[in-house]
Design a binder for this molecule. Structure first.
Ligand code: CA2
Length: 146
């Protein structure tokens, strides 16, 4: 099998590794991308990574993925808890979609308990730190091979 997997990251995730390691770990976003890529590349897939602090850019990237990607792995950051537009965009993508969170939002402040995107994805992985991206890689491969 082959194709491009979109590794999409939302607001402030470019700051990983710089602050709040007790919540999000010491790894940078580039570390997570490497860990994810190391699992999917041997299976024949390539990875396109994009991090944006702009909701519009994230939505447009999901639109483009409809024609140039076979799957999406997405940590929407805090937009998880507020963006119905991101959910609508994800609903237009027909391939596997995995929602990833480093922390476990359900165990944190009440405003993090809602995920607008959860109902539009194939599945969600949360609370496993850096391991979450590796788990997402295996989940996406399983969906693509099914
Ligand atoms: O646990 C996750 O992966 C989150 O998506 C991370 C978001 C948070 O708003 C969600 O509730 C859960 C925050 C990303 C911001 O990351 C930072 C990294 C370093 C320093 C400050 C924030």
């Amino acid at each position: 099998m082959s194709g491009v997997i979109l590794f999409l990251s939302g607001p402030n995730l470019n700051l990983l590794g710089e602050r709040s390691p007790e919540i999000y770990g010491k790894e940078t976003l580039a570390d997570h991308e490497r860990r994810f890529t190391a699992v999917v590349t041997p299976a024949g897939f390539s990875v396109h990574s994009l991090q944006s602090n702009s909701e519009a850019t994230l939505i447009e990237t999901i639109h483009e993925a409809r024609t140039n990607a076979v799957a999406i792995v997405f940590n929407p950051g805090a937009l998880t808890h507020s963006s119905w537009a991101l959910r609508d965009a994800l609903e237009t993508f027909s391939g596997p979609k995995i929602e990833v969170h480093l922390s476990n939002p359900a165990a944190r402040e009440p405003f993090r308990h809602l995920s607008t995107v959860a109902g539009a994805v194939s599945g969600s992985i949360a609370g496993f730190g850096a391991l979450g991206y590796e788990l997402a890689a295996h989940a996406v491969l399983a969906h693509l091979k099914a």
